[in-house]
Design a protein. Sequence first.
Length: 345
Amino acid sequence: MPGAAGLLLPLLLLLPGLAALEPLSVGLAIGVASALTGYLSHPNFYCSYVECCPSAGHRINATALREQLDERLFGQHLAKEVVLRAVTGFSHNPSPKKPLTLSLHGWAGTGKNFLSQLLARHVHPAGLRSKFVHLFLATLHFPHPQQLQLYQEQLQSWIRGNVSACPYSVFIFDEMDKMHQGLIDAIKPFLDYYEQVDGVSYRKAIFIFLSNAGGDLINKAVLDFWTSGKDREEIQLKDLERVLSVGVFNNKNSGLWHSSLIDRNLIDYFVPFLPLEHKHVKMCVRAEMKARGHAVDEKVVEAVADEMTYFPKEEKLYSDKGCKTVQAKLDIHEDIAVKYTNAKD
Ligand SMILES: Nc1ncnc2c1ncn2[C@@H]1O[C@H](COP(=O)(O)OP(=O)(O)OP(=O)(O)O)[C@@H](O)[C@H]1O
Ligand SMILES: *[C@@H]1O[C@H](CO)[C@@H](O)[C@H](O)[C@H]1NC(C)=O
Ligand SMILES: *[C@@H]1O[C@H](CO)[C@@H](O)[C@H](O)[C@H]1NC(C)=O
Ligand SMILES: [Mg+2]
């Protein structure tokens, strides 16, 4: 025992600086330091600067999503209903058996990308800018059919890597009609009813497929409804769902043609987008004006909507491009309006 004290004493003499510090200030410094690191590493603080993956048990606020869809998505009562049902069920299920897979179908400019982005924003507030939301474009990311094998491996490793990093990842595949079928089959293992694949669980992820496939079938069904004097809102999901799943399955250009995704029932919901009427185009114009912070001018609204082309040839009911060119057309009109007011001054 005296030996130990003898060793300690010269050590203390060697470190006069340390000995000079008051125990109180040492304690204080340690306290402040640990509080600071605790604060900095606290999720709320950290995640307000760096985007974080939602913590386990994260739910989508269905009420907020419904409000957004009611307010911003026009003329798509079926898509709204299906997506809300799908998302609420999936998000509130503590242990889903497979990832959520939605296949969105419809004519150009009817809101497929728009709805996907709205939905993504309810999982990750940064939406498409989030590092947990991934948008794949067939023509951009997978342009060369001869490189299929490379793409397959790339896509599998991306999805695996991203879901490992965040189970709540959202994957959007745009232009499915231009996607090589082999590519879709490559992601099949992730969409299936497996608890885990190579130690990664994909069951909290969301996969959204967008395509124009089946758009003609939907348009025809909607026109038939109109011809028989029925209301657009009377169209029910069952009127379209079968037409769609069979039509898409048998459409060589759907990206899902005879795909094992449909074969194995891995698509949870087919979401039909109806062709947009003149009145819906006007709603898009008004929304765009408001978004730009301008007063709604009904003359301009009418003029922009009238400039769009409509089909079928005789009835001229549905916009050829949906709401797609509204922004560009509005640019021109507002330009003219500005010049006109300037000229008057
Ligand atoms: N139903 C809708 N309600 C509100 N806005 C819409 C709707 N459809 C389209 N828009 C507007 O038009 C723009 C283009 O639509 P979007 O990109 O979603 O079309 P799409 O269905 O993906 O078409 P495509 O098949 O040609 O890619 C959207 O950004 C949105 O501003
Ligand atoms: C969900 O959204 C609604 C409407 O935006 C809001 O009032 C409500 O507080 C939200 N609920 C939760 C749990 O965040
Ligand atoms: C996640 O996906 C993106 C493509 O959206 C890819 O560039 C990235 O490498 C992937 N991350 C991982 C860890 O695989
Ligand atoms: Mg699109």
